[in-house]
Write a protein that binds this ligand. Structure first.
Ligand SMILES: Cc1cc2nc3c(=O)[nH]c(=O)nc-3n(C[C@H](O)[C@H](O)[C@H](O)COP(=O)(O)OP(=O)(O)OC[C@H]3O[C@@H](n4cnc5c(N)ncnc54)[C@H](O)[C@@H]3O)c2cc1C
Length: 375
């Protein structure tokens, strides 16, 4: 892995840095997380701004160094996070880029990059989360369409999405990993009902999605019929391996702020255990950043993404626990209005979303270390 920046890439870093310094001061704050339609407008508006300035095309075309520079500089400058564009930009888009036809790439990728399409992920079902291959949402071919019925749950951003990367069962008689198909479903199709679910932090960032004979054109199928499990592994490798890249940069910034706060309050000088805790986190996030460089430079990181996902989601929780410790006993009385407390509440979900820690451990044990199944 050679990630040495060329002169042209260093020039790109400087140009991006000065562009951000010009543009960001005029940007209003991101709307309240309880108002997803306003957040959608804000997030897609920022994506359009990036696109117009020539900085959007970094997720599936650019050399890894350029992408890493973009992430470092946008985070350093405090630019908005991908937000509602998460699924489209970071795993549906990369999946279509890797597995779609030329026509499908043409049809969806420019719209995602311009911030015109928000995507959600319809993988989990009430009885198919960790055991994703147990999914039962059914799709029956009828002429040029699939007719889809069933239900999905925990669908992030479903309320404001235009498209859904949807997993359906197209052959109920095949072995369960073989009868699955990956479809792009328009969220305005008749027969879709979205029912928001309220989170611990009081927001409705995900929802239940009910599908009643929804017609999805067969032309929206990515990969072959019944080959959706293989396509899904590509999606999950992006989701676990590279989608949280920007957030690691953000965690490193928060860690520096937490250390700064500990120094201001005197906790840094008084508490050697806290100092060791924060030092260990600094090392941890440094290692995670190296893993990211490796994953980004590999393109689709494969099962190696599980190593990153496991450690990142745990380190994130440890960071916000440490932040609460640094805030002191009063932290318990602070509500989600304090950014560290809001992030502490949401960090609990990171060891569940995109596959739980237990599932990542199973994958690492079986597919990376070659340990026997069920041992
Ligand atoms: C914030 C958030 C956002 C999400 N967004 C989306 C989304 O946009 N789209 C989407 O499709 N899904 C989404 N999910 C769903 C997520 O992928 C599932 O919650 C996750 O895969 C776990 O599935 P489950 O909830 O059905 O738990 P279960 O599978 O019922 O698991 C319950 C517990 O049993 C453990 N367990 C289960 N099987 C095993 C095993 N074989 N070995 C060891 N332990 C096991 C699990 O680790 C877990 O601790 C989201 C979840 C969260 C929290």
């Amino acid at each position: 892995m050679d990630l040495t920046c060329t002169e042209a890439e260093e020039a790109f870093r400087h140009e991006l840095r000065s562009w951000l310094a010009r543009v960001l001061p005029a940007l209003p704050p991101r709307p309240d997380p309880a108002d997803w339609p306003a957040r959608r407008a804000y997030d897609t508006g920022w994506q359009r701004t990036l696109y117009d300035a020539g900085y959007a095309d970094l997720h599936w075309n650019a050399p890894p160094t350029r992408r890493l520079i973009f992430l470092e500089e946008t985070e350093r400058a405090g630019a908005p996070y991908v937000g509602a564009n998460f699924v489209g930009l970071l795993h549906a888009g990369p999946t279509i880029a890797a597995e779609g036809t030329d026509g499908q790439r043409e049809r969806w990728l420019p719209g995602i990059l311009r911030g015109e399409q928000v995507w959600c992920q319809g993988f989990s079902e009430p009885e198919a989360g960790s055991d994703l291959a147990a999914l039962r949402t059914r799709a029956v071919r009828d002429g040029d369409d699939y007719v889809v019925s069933g239900s999905k749950i925990w669908t992030s951003h479903a309320e404001v999405a235009d498209w859904c990367e949807l997993l359906v069962r197209t052959d109920p008689d095949a072995p369960r990993h073989r009868g699955i198909t990956w479809l792009a479903m328009p969220m305005d199709a008749p027969g879709i009902t979205v029912r928001p679910v309220r989170t611990l932090a009081g927001t409705t960032e995900f929802a239940e999605v009910f599908l009643d004979e929804v017609r999805v054109p067969a032309a929206n199928r990515v990969g072959a019929e019944n080959d959706g499990w293989r396509v899904t592994m590509v999606t999950l490798s992006f989701e676990r391996g590279t989608a949280f890249v920007g957030e690691v940069v953000a965690c490193r910034r928060v860690l520096a702020e937490v250390v700064g706060h500990a120094k201001e309050t005197g906790a840094w000088d008084d508490d050697a255990v806290l100092r060791r805790r924060l030092a260990r986190l600094a090392i941890e996030f440094g290692v995670l950043w190296r893993l990211i460089q490796w994953n980004v430079s590999a393109g689709a990181p494969g099962v190696g993404g599980s190593v990153f996902k496991l450690r990142y989601s745990q380190a994130r929780q440890e960071l916000y626990d440490a932040a609460a410790q640094v805030l002191g006993p009063g932290a318990a009385a602070l509500d989600a209005g304090h950014p560290w407390i809001a992030d502490r509440l949401s960090s609990l979900s990171y060891t569940i979303a995109a596959g739980t820690s237990q599932i990542q451990k199973n994958i690492i044990a079986e597919r990376i270390l070659g340990l026997p199944k069920g041992a």
